[in-house]
Design a protein around this ligand. Structure first.
Ligand SMILES: [Zn+2]
Length: 237
């Protein structure tokens, strides 16, 4: 005991004389390696943050966050004490994951604005829907990249679905009105039914669209159509 007290290095787990162990609980060799790592990883972090700041390419941003998270996890985890110089390992990793999630959501929001604009300017129904469909594919890809904000991405996906349905709905109503105007009630009814079906099967709560649904049902009845309970028709399928 006393002079011969030996302490285990936190990294290599070998035992050393107390005087040979650094304030971070590391032996001389491990302490040197850790310092070197911190220097080189600090460079990688700074470099990555600079790129993340300036890039508009979501793939680049994602890959840089992945690099930060990977380095932070491998270096600081297990060497927790050493990480306390600036931050604790888990905190840094978690913050980086949150930052990555937020970058993804920001990107999706800005892509949504672009899609809305494109859709608005498009002439045909297919080309009005297409920007939202493309965005859906991106959403599915980015969903897998997200850590703690999967719920937000799911909501975003529902929003896109609703936008697509709204375009379809407007188109059915438009067609129905034209057929009605021409006195073709049977074709008008077909389209009013399609519109009603779109409303009732979208992912928006029917209670939020009751006024719209009732108005449409009244129109269908006035043209001689018969409204069936959607629950019966849906449970059969
Ligand atoms: Zn060691």
């Amino acid at each position: 005991m006393g002079l011969f007290t030996k302490i285990q290095c936190k990294a290599c787990k070998n035992e050393f004389r107390e005087s040979k162990i650094s304030e971070y609980g590391l032996c001389e060799t491990c302490n040197y390696v850790a310092l070197q790592n911190v220097v080189s990883f600090t460079e990688i972090f700074e470099d990555s943050y600079r790129i993340i700041e300036s890039s508009k390419n979501i793939d680049t941003i994602i890959s840089r966050y992945d690099l930060i998270i990977d380095k932070a996890e491998t270096i600081y985890r297990g060497w927790d004490t050493f990480g306390h110089i600036k931050f604790t390992a888990d905190e840094f990793v978690e913050n980086s994951k949150d930052d990555k999630d937020q970058a993804i959501i920001n990107h999706l929001n800005s892509e949504l604005e672009k899609a809305k604009l494109k859709s608005k300017e498009a002439q045909t129904i297919a080309s009005k829907i297409s920007p939202f469909k493309k965005l859906k594919t991106l959403v599915e890809k980015l969903y897998r990249e997200t850590y703690n904000k999967k719920k937000d991405i799911e909501l975003f996906s529902q929003l896109l679905e609703a936008a697509i349905n709204a375009i379809k709905y407007d188109d059915f109503i438009e067609k129905a009105k034209k057929f009605e105007f021409k006195g073709n009630n049977s074709k008008a009814l077909d389209n009013y039914f399609e519109a009603l079906y779109t409303l009732r099967t979208d992912n928006i709560e029917d209670s939020n669209q009751l006024k719209q649904i009732h108005k449409l049902e009244a129109k269908i009845r006035s043209l001689g159509g018969e409204i069936k309970d959607i629950n019966t028709t849906l449970s059969e399928g």
